[in-house]
Design a protein around this ligand. Structure first.
Ligand code: GLN
Length: 270
């Protein structure tokens, strides 16, 4: 899959930027062998690789994307080997709870609800939900226009939560965002609610045809790396991430995928 970064996407990334402060993380250095279950040499990291430009399978089958580059850089900085494991998005939190993976990077929004069951790193990028409709649809301009409409979403996502609140909406759920968008392109639903950067990338790259994004961003969301509750790796990851911000690696990765300077990030999502 070829990912083309359009001016549209760049503008979106800029627009998402705004005004929060990139504060250095105050965590101490990781102690390689302290804490019993501390990182160790290998970190098993789950991802659902159908969410470009954050994670996807390149033509050769290998994982690629912003999240993948960032996680590899965090691993290199922390001195741990990253082993990715592909999982369905709605299987990631159960896998963290069961302890079959050590962490997950998958465009996952830090939400209060998820914080009941998992921990998150500090926010690593800002995103938000957007509505997609057919290019010729001039009637849909906001959430209110979706009442009673057919909406496709990816299962287990913040987009699915948002759609569930729309009165009378008939919701179809799909395992991945591209499948939900394809359902819209096929004319089987009226709209998709999904993360804006991913929908815009699908349109800009030509992976899905005949769609457009309407209205404003519905939400402001921050993605975080998810970990089992109480994992000592939260600190390991946050410390490495802070170093990547300081030494310019984060900016490099951000520019590679979004073509702009990264916006400033808050230290916590709430
Ligand atoms: N950011 C959305 C969520 O966390 C979607 C994530 C995804 O589909 N990979 O629910």
């Amino acid at each position: 899959m070829t990912i083309r970064r359009s001016a549209f996407l760049r503008n979106l990334a800029l627009g998402l930027g705004a005004s929060v402060l990139f504060a250095a993380c105050g965590g101490g250095a990781p102690t390689a062998d302290g804490g019993g279950e501390a990182a160790g040499d290998i970190l098993k990291v789950a991802t659902e690789p159908a969410f470009p430009p954050f994670e996807f399978q390149a033509d050769g089958g290998e994982l690629d994307g912003f999240d993948i580059d960032l996680m590899k850089a965090i691993g290199a900085e922390a001195g741990v080997e990253i082993q990715f494991e592909s999982l369905p998005f709605d299987g990631i939190i159960p896998a963290l709870q069961a302890g079959t993976v050590d962490a997950a990077i998958s465009g996952m929004t830090i939400t209060q609800e998820r914080l009941n069951t998992v921990d998150f790193s500090r926010p690593y990028i800002k995103a938000g939900l957007a509505i997609a409709v057919k290019a010729e649809d001039t009637a849909t301009t906001s959430l209110a226009d979706l009442e009673g409409k057919r909406i496709a979403v990816q299962i287990g996502t913040t987009g699915a939560d948002q759609a569930a609140e729309i009165p009378g909406a008939v919701i179809s759920t799909f395992d991945s965002a591209p499948l939900a968008l394809q359902e819209l392109a096929n004319g089987n639903v009226d709209a998709v609610i999904n993360d804006a950067p991913v929908t815009l990338d699908a349109i800009a790259s030509g992976n899905i045809n005949g769609l457009k994004v309407v209205g404003e961003l519905l939400t402001e969301e921050f993605y975080g790396i998810a970990l089992p509750k109480g994992s000592p790796n939260v600190e390991v990851i946050n410390t490495a991430f802070a170093a990547l911000i300081e030494n310019g690696t984060y900016t490099e990765i951000y520019q590679k995928w979004f073509g702009t300077e990264p916006p400033e990030l808050p230290e916590s999502a709430f």
